[in-house]
Write a protein that binds this ligand. Structure first.
Ligand code: PRX
Length: 663
């Protein structure tokens, strides 16, 4: 707990406040009335938003069905087509010429795609999907770089009523395999490769590897086809009858495709995220409720004026932020947005600021890790660019420390833009806690208030409200439209993970610690479970531990998330080696390095531990439970906390001397 206590003390010193300016408030999309309307009739409010923001082929008459908690249904008797809402709807409203995507590739190539053009592409692709046998309920894995075809693929899958499972391009063949299997995907959409850090990073080979292993296992392969976008132009292997080039089939396909309506609860996507066990959870989202809250929050939290704003969310489509705030929210709202393929530091550290200047970005949404990285590089880099177009800045993924918040506002936002710190999760589907620009007086470091229509609380272990000035656990007290509908194929795990802890009260347990300040504003304090947050990405300690023990050298492993100045948390691992390995290998000098690479290969580069310490024993209680708290103390260079419950109290001093010796 000591790390958290330090951060609480630190946060309590923060007293700076930034009220909205009168000018901003006067032109803002959101007003205080939103809270009043939502408080007066929460379900009626969501119904009203849904009707206003979306096109329903069949209007709904029911709002929330909570007859079988925790399985919610929203707008259940209504029918809509998600892709139609994001595309044809705008074209039919006369906005077909509006640019949907301002795309920039890492090498500097550029494409501007209007709503009419994107609609055309998605219609053709939907016809191709149908030809490949994809229909309602089928699962399609998407493993693509940040190129317009990634957005088109998600929308085309949605258009035919199928379910996409986007897998972040940085994940390994193994991770891809387990996700394809869990969902039983019929089709994989990938690219030869994409540009990252000045070179082509291959993607198709990982798909080939994931699918090749299958035959030997004698299990049924569910994947029938692999649709391949040409992007990197790197050499790839080709499997006849299975692989199909995107450019050979999509432009030739018919652009006539009528979007069929599907029921509001038709599944839209599965997105895998790390939990407390080794197996990633397939978080399931459906259509009508999800799109309602995506569109509502995107419009009100970012103060979107679709006819004039240029919006940019830097998230990859492989994460929930990319789903809700690159694809569904902005496109449902008819926004014009930037899509950028590469990394922020290529060819040099100012690339993002160049993109903002070039496209005149007005709304910018990124993660604290990125902001802290830019702070390190120095203010002269952004200050050499014209960022005066920016008018709203957003933050997501992890707590933003007040220093980073102020730097963001001062250096990127010219000391005047509102900052919205948005708290939410893969599971919540859309933003749950945030200031509203033009309405809320902002506080650096606090995510602040539930968005209108959302009911949250901070409670103690007993489920009771903690009261202002106190810390506890963040819970959602009422069902919300974009809530997860379950874990793919595992309803029990869904109940256990999120609902069992406060089953008496019927609260959703988010897994985050939080504190209410004297005004009742929410300050997020990080995860309370064995989930780490590295650069705003969730990683499970158990998943990395099981990868480490799968290596021939390792007998036991313990992983902790240690505080890190830039990435928020960093993965630190402690490994005990097998006797047999030690006997047969004299030189273990490079083993820690090899193990780091092993984890990156097994899971993906984001999971690569910052440090691995080879130790002779792990600290355990008498009942054999690893005391990660103590390992975290060591990793963060702190005095080790209470060791009295350890079976062997000497273990920690041995570990500590090992670690300090290495520093
Ligand atoms: O711990 C919280 C943290 O990120 C977790 C959710 O991770 P993920 O599902 O990958 O979604 C990230 C993008 C929505 C949460 O449980 N988190 C997210 N946003 C914030 C945050 N912590 C503090 N402040 C935030 N604004």
């Amino acid at each position: 707990m000591s790390a958290e206590n330090t951060s609480i003390d630190h946060l309590l010193d923060e007293t700076r406040r930034f009220p909205p300016t009168a000018d901003f408030a006067a032109a803002a999309v959101a007003g205080p009335d939103l809270y009043e309307r939502a408080d007066a009739d929460r379900e009626g409010f969501w119904a009203e938003q849904s009707r206003e923001l979306l096109h329903w082929h069949t209007p709904f008459t029911q709002v929330l069905d909570w007859a079988n908690p925790p399985f919610a249904k929203w707008f259940a008797d209504g029918e809509l087509n998600v892709a139609y809402n994001c595309l044809d709807h705008h074209v039919e409203a006369g906005n077909g010429d509006r640019v949907a995507l301002l795309w920039e590739g890492e090498p500097g190539d550029e494409r501007r795609i209007t709503y009419a053009e994107l609609t055309d592409e998605v219609r053709r692709l939907a016809n191709v999907l149908a030809d490949l046998g994809i229909g309602q309920g089928d699962r399609v894995a998407i493993y693509l770089p940040m190129i317009p075809e990634a957005v088109a693929s998600m929308l085309a899958v949605a258009r035919v009523g199928a379910i996409h499972s986007v897998i972040f391009g940085g994940f390994s063949a193994d991770s891809l395999r387990s996700r394809i299997d869990d969902a039983g995907a019929k089709l994989v959409i990938t690219a030869d490769g994409g540009w990252r850090k000045g070179k082509v990073s291959p993607l198709k080979p990982a798909v080939d590897q994931a699918l090749a292993d299958r035959n030997g296992l004698g299990e049924q392969e569910t994947v029938e086809h692999v649709l391949v976008v040409r992007r990197g132009e790197n050499e790839i292997d080709w499997v006849a009858d299975r692989d199909v080039w995107y450019h050979e089939v999509v432009p030739q396909a018919s652009a006539e495709h009528e979007a069929q309506p599907f029921e509001a609860e038709n599944p839209l996507f599965i997105l895998y995220t790390s939990g407390t066990t080794g197996k990633p959870k397939g978080i399931l989202h459906t259509s009508g409720g999800y799109l309602t809250q995506a569109a509502f929050t995107h419009r009100n939290v970012f103060d979107l004026h679709p006819e004039s704003d240029v919006y940019w969310c830097t998230a990859d489509i492989g994460w929930i932020t990319g789903h809700t705030y690159v694809v569904y929210g902005p496109l449902a709202n008819g926004a014009t947005q930037v899509l950028y393929e590469g990394t922020p530091e290529h060819p040099e550290p100012g690339r993002w600021w160049d993109v903002i200047e070039k496209f005149g970005v007005t709304i910018f949404y990124t993660a604290p890790t990125a902001i802290r990285g830019f702070m390190k590089q120095g203010r002269q880099i952004p200050q050499a660019r014209d960022l005066s177009s920016l008018r709203v800045l957003g933050s997501v993924g992890e707590p933003i420390n007040p220093e980073a918040w102020i730097w963001y506002r001062e250096i990127i936002g010219a000391g005047k833009t509102p900052i919205v710190d948005t708290w939410w999760q893969t599971e919540t589907g859309a933003i749950m806690v945030s200031a509203l620009p033009g309405v809320t007086e902002t506080k650096p470091g606090s995510a602040q208030v539930p968005v209108p229509g959302i009911s949250l609380d901070v409670v103690g272990e007993d489920g009771r409200h903690v009261g202002n000035g106190n810390g506890g656990l963040l819970v959602v007290t009422e069902p919300w439209p974009s809530m997860l509908r379950g874990i793919w194929g595992d309803p029990e795990r869904f109940k256990e993970t999120y609902w069992d802890k406060f089953s008496e009260q019927g609260y959703y347990f988010a897994g985050d610690g939080a504190r209410l300040d004297e005004d009742g504003d929410i300050w997020l304090l990080g995860r309370v479970d064995d989930v780490m947050n590295v650069s705003g990405h969730r990683l499970s300690t158990a998943e990395i531990e099981s990868s480490l023990v799968a290596h021939e050298a390792t007998a036991e492993a313990a992983v902790v998330g240690a505080a890190d100045e830039t990435t928020g948390q960093a993965v630190v691992a402690y490994c005990v080696l097998k006797e047999s390995y030690l006997k047969s290998h004299e030189d273990i000098e490079n083993l820690a390095q090899d193990l780091r690479g092993w984890v990156a290969d097994q899971i993906g580069a984001i999971a690569r531990p910052r440090e691995i310490y080879i130790v002779t024993e792990l600290p355990k209680t008498r009942s054999g439970k690893i005391m990660r708290r103590l390992l975290r103390d060591v990793a963060e260079g702190r005095e080790v906390g209470d060791t009295t419950t350890l079976a062997d109290t000497m273990v920690m001093s041995t570990i500590q001397s090992k670690v300090t010796g290495r520093r």
